[in-house]
Design a binder for this molecule. Structure first.
Ligand code: NAD
Length: 513
């Protein structure tokens, strides 16, 4: 395990050139009311591939956050009045800017997050598709006419909350910054966006594109950690908070929102300990491919809320599956994230690396077997936060590694014999975000999908998100649903209007007609 190297010199060689081109000499500033601003203080961000400090970024004080909220509040009525057509036009401008800057954004993301650059190009492409997808979905948000009484007209309208606070996690910073504010924006809210302090650079780079695409104050970007997040959560003018992050911080936000003395609407997208269920009738090779993809190893080193970190495999195919999985996982090239050949990069920080290796050590001492991975790959920069992807077998349901979210490249395989017991194990965790079912039997697939306690279930597939379908979790995985019309509705207040209609006779009599 390594600590951060406080040395602003970039890495050398071709990768060092990339750091020089995409980071060095650039200023990363917050966006408040259409102006680029520094915070009251600054903090550093680190390249996980080298452990070196990349650059300084602003650290927003509560006063900085207050200025961003005030700017959003001032801009919001005009943005709401722009109507769907006006807002869609800004979305299209933003999509084009993203396309034009795609390569810079993907490389910068790989440098700051440690996610492999090839996958980050895909994240930019997905972001563009979401920017273009949301306006069409928002058009589906009609009102209702409800036959609530025989002599009345009862209908609904909706209006945006005003200012939305949007707090995001470290693992997909660019995609989160580019897409998570969109449903709030298309419904006429203004947004104050705060990324994770671990990976702030692409959000600050996107701030420049937000400034070009949207009217001043409609999108504001502040950087900082818990204090800046807390200032946003407790600000009296922020009625709606949308949070992506860990369970402990989600719980804290619920408490702090209540302590602010204002009634707020919260949505929380939190962690997962997601089960992949493998039946004995599968194509084992396809299931092993699906397991690797579903772990999101080649996108973010398994640091994903939706990763299938628990694989429940029928004993009849257990050994064959483990061999196929281990073979695939051990083939992945773990490299500096912005090398083209990298299948996987480093985890985000020294602390995260320690978390991953700590889970592995405790799993082995609890009796699990480390089949592959968990060590330092060859040929990577000495101070980078690298670990090879790990497969554990012999994991029992009660073990820590089978219950808690590692949020890293660690997958546990648990054998099963009995269907009911398998379901108990699959559902026997505090999380309920995603799950997947692997079988060629249609009845089993649908019945099992129905019985798994998770918000997003794949059959013979994994990992993919489909805009328009509600994404979110049960139990401690959160509240609310994203990526769907349901999410759009969560950014507006509905109003019911009741028109009492007098009888034609009483109108005619009164008017003397
Ligand atoms: P985290 O909870 O540590 O931080 C998330 C964000 O909250 C960051 O921006 C952080 O600065 C901010 N924050 C920290 N303390 C705060 C406070 N007191 N008040 C307000 N904001 C505060 O999470 P992380 O380590 O960045 O991300 C990993 C976690 O996120 C995992 O648990 C993962 O499962 C979850 N996650 C969930 C989803 C989803 O869609 N369900 C997606 C990605 C990540």
């Amino acid at each position: 395990m390594t600590d951060t190297v406080h040395d602003a010199r970039p890495a050398t060689g071709a990768t060092g050139d990339l750091v020089a081109r995409h980071v060095t000499g650039r200023r990363f500033r917050m966006l408040v009311g259409g102006e680029f601003v520094d915070g009251d203080s600054a903090t550093e961000t680190v390249d996980p591939s080298t452990g070196r400090v990349l650059t300084e970024v602003p650290e927003a004080s509560p006063a900085d956050v207050g200025r961003a909220v005030a700017a959003a509040r001032a801009a919001q009525p005009g943005w709401a009045a722009a109507g769907h057509a006006g807002r869609s036009a800004a979305f299209e401008r933003f999509a084009r800017l993203l396309e034009a800057e795609a390569e810079d954004l993907a490389v910068l993301e790989a440098i700051d997050s440690g996610n492999p650059v090839r996958a980050m190009r895909q994240d930019v492409a997905i972001s563009v598709a979401y920017v273009r997808g949301w306006p069409g979905m928002a058009q589906q948000m009609g009102g209702q006419v409800i036959p609530a009484s025989p002599d009345g007209l009862h209908y609904t309208t909706s209006a945006p909350y005003g200012v939305v606070g949007r707090i995001t996690a470290f693992n997909h910073p660019l995609m989160f910054a580019a897409t998570r504010p969109l449903p709030a924006l298309i419904t006429g809210n203004a947004v104050v966006l705060k990324p994770s302090p671990q990976t702030p650079l692409t959000t600050l780079r996107l701030a420049e594109l937000f400034a070009e695409a949207f009217p001043p104050g409609v999108v504001n970007v502040v950087t900082g950690g818990a204090d800046a997040g807390d200032a946003l959560v407790t600000h009296p003018d922020v009625k709606r908070i949308a949070f992506t992050g860990s369970v402990p911080v989600g719980l804290l936000i619920q408490r702090r929102a209540a302590e602010s003395g204002r009634v707020k609407h919260l949505s929380l997208e939190l962690g997962g300990k997601n089960a992949m269920v493998v039946f004995p009738d599968v194509d084992v090779a396809a299931a092993a491919d699906g397991a690797v993809e579903g772990m999101n190893l080649t996108v973010c080193q398994g640091q994903s809320c939706g990763s299938n970190s628990r694989i429940l495999v029928h004993r009849a195919v257990h050994d064959e599956f483990v061999a196929a999985l281990a073979e695939r996982v051990s083939r992945l090239r773990v490299r500096t994230a912005y090398e083209e050949s990298a299948d996987m990069g480093p985890v985000v920080s020294a602390a995260q690396l320690g978390r991953v290796t700590g889970f592995l050590e405790r799993a082995v001492s609890d009796g699990a077997t480390l089949v592959t991975g968990g060590d330092r790959p060859a040929g990577v920069p000495g101070e980078g936060f690298f670990v090879t992807p790990a497969v554990l077998t012999g994991v029992r349901p009660a073990m820590e590694v089978a219950q808690e979210e590692v949020f890293g490249p660690v997958v546990s395989v648990l054998p099963w014999d009995d269907y009911d017991e398998m379901l108990r194990v699959a559902n026997g965790v505090e999380f309920g975000l995603t799950a997947s079912v692997w079988t060629s039997d249609l009845d089993l697939a649908h019945r099992t999908a129905a019985l798994l306690d998770a918000g997003y279930v794949w059959v013979n597939d994994s990992s993919r998100h489909y805009l328009g379908t509600p994404f979110g979790g049960t139990k401690d995985s959160g509240t609310g649903r994203e990526e769907s019309v349901e999410e759009l509705w969560s950014y507006v207040e509905q109003k019911a209007v009741h028109v009492r209609l007098r009888s034609p006779r009483s109108v005619l009599d009164r008017r003397g007609w």
